[in-house]
Design a protein around this ligand. Structure first.
Ligand code: SF4
Length: 383
């Protein structure tokens, strides 16, 4: 796993106050005008002047810096930093956070930790905290993201709880990244009355997709999974409102014990009532956060729901809905489902087992979440 957050050992000449957001440079040749918004990773060569921050692997290099240079010593982190990454240097919290990795196709910005659902398998358990500073930080990061980025994501918590600030972030992504797709994970509830959906649509983002979880065709089952009465009704109305405003929607279904038995029923419900959605993703469980705590109650071995998964894929694909299976290992899914599987686990948290070394399908297989120590199918075998 690549550490995206490191406790920085030492700060030098650091201002007090909010974190500084800078782009990483490995090159001493950068134009003077951009150096003021960049952090330079100090290597063996002569250290150039003018960068906002100097990022060091060792405190021994401090003597090589220009006078009064702002510097942070973070040995664990500097070796993973690449040209064009975006980081937050945070003297107050004694931390260095990687906000964007240029070489990765998986870049998600967590907008808030607050949420109005409390899902049994939430991988990012919500916290009711005042975290508006996160939005400020991301608004400073977005202009520094590479214009070549294929896609970025917004996640949470529930991003739409930010209201106007959520829209401000979408607008920033649209303005600064005119060729980059934006994928937003939301429970969809705030869109139910249509007003927020219309405002979002009016931004006119060039390539926007909302990923919204729907766990069952039965309202009470969905509400149980998300631990919120009335959530199902709002989520379905939210999906309808977004589509009515011409915002693209992906339905996300996490494959877990409470709901997997009715997966074909859910597929049938979607194909009859929500046929116009743009994508359905059937997703293996990420065993972290609440999912880890509730693992015994929610974990289902993929070999035990193979028939339901096959049937659901057949129904959805047969209805002409673009369908994918995420976060699942090829060897434990039926052969007919494998063409729908995607290598979906972010590179920084993806891993394989020793038995995968002899597998001819490893390059196509999603592998495992690095956090997987308990939830592992009994059917894992090299192909
Ligand atoms: S053996 Fe490993 S790499 Fe091969 S399909 Fe199974 S999980 Fe994937």
């Amino acid at each position: 796993m690549i550490p995206l957050r490191a406790r920085a050992l030492e700060f030098h000449n650091a201002p007090v106050g909010q974190a500084d957001v800078v782009r990483v440079s490995l090159s001493p040749e950068r134009p003077e005008v951009v150096r003021a918004q960049e952090g330079y990773v100090v290597g063996a060569e002569a250290v150039p002047n003018g960068f906002a921050w100097y990022l060091l692997a060792s405190a021994d290099d401090l003597v090589r810096l220009p006078g009064n240079a702002q510097a942070v010593v973070a040995p664990d982190q500097t070796k993973f930093l690449g040209q064009g990454d975006v980081i937050a240097v945070d003297p107050k919290r004694k931390a260095l956070r990687v906000l964007y990795r240029r070489c990765s196709p998986y870049n998600h910005f967590l907008l808030t930790e607050r949420c109005n659902n409390y899902c049994l398998m939430c991988s990012q358990p919500p916290r009711d905290v005042e975290d508006g500073w996160i939005v400020d930080e991301i608004l400073r990061a977005i202009p520094l993201v590479s214009r070549d980025a294929i896609e970025i994501g917004f996640t949470g918590g529930e991003p739409t709880l930010l209201g106007e600030r959520f829209l401000e972030l979408v607008q920033a992504a649209a303005s600064h990244l005119p060729r980059t797709a934006l994928h937003i994970l939301s429970n969809g509830r705030q869109f139910a009355d249509g007003r927020l959906a219309a405002k979002l649509a009016s931004i006119g983002h060039h390539d926007l997709m909302l990923g919204i979880p729907l766990y069952s065709d039965l309202a009470h089952l969905h509400d149980h999974v998300v631990q919120a009465d009335g959530a199902y009704d709002e989520t379905v109305r939210g999906i309808l409102a977004l589509k009515a405003s011409s915002v693209r929607v992906e339905i996300r279904v996490v494959l877990q014990a409470q709901t997997v038995g009715r997966l074909p029923n859910l597929a049938r419900f979607i194909s009859r009532n929500l046929l116009f959605v743009d994508h359905v993703a059937l997703m293996g469980l990420e065993p972290t956060g609440f999912a880890r705590a509730n693992l015994e109650a929610i974990w289902a071995d993929p070999v035990d729901y193979a028939n339901e998964l096959s049937a659901a894929v057949r129904i959805l694909a047969g209805a002409g809905i673009r369908t994918s299976v995420y976060n699942s290992q090829l060897c434990v899914m039926p052969t007919e489902v494998r063409p729908y599987a995607r290598r979906s686990i972010s590179d920084w948290k993806q891993t394989y087992l020793p038995e995968c070394e002899n597998c001819t399908s490893k390059q196509e297989c999603a592998g495992f979440f690095a956090s997987v120590t308990h939830a592992r199918s009994r059917g894992i075998r090299p192909i």
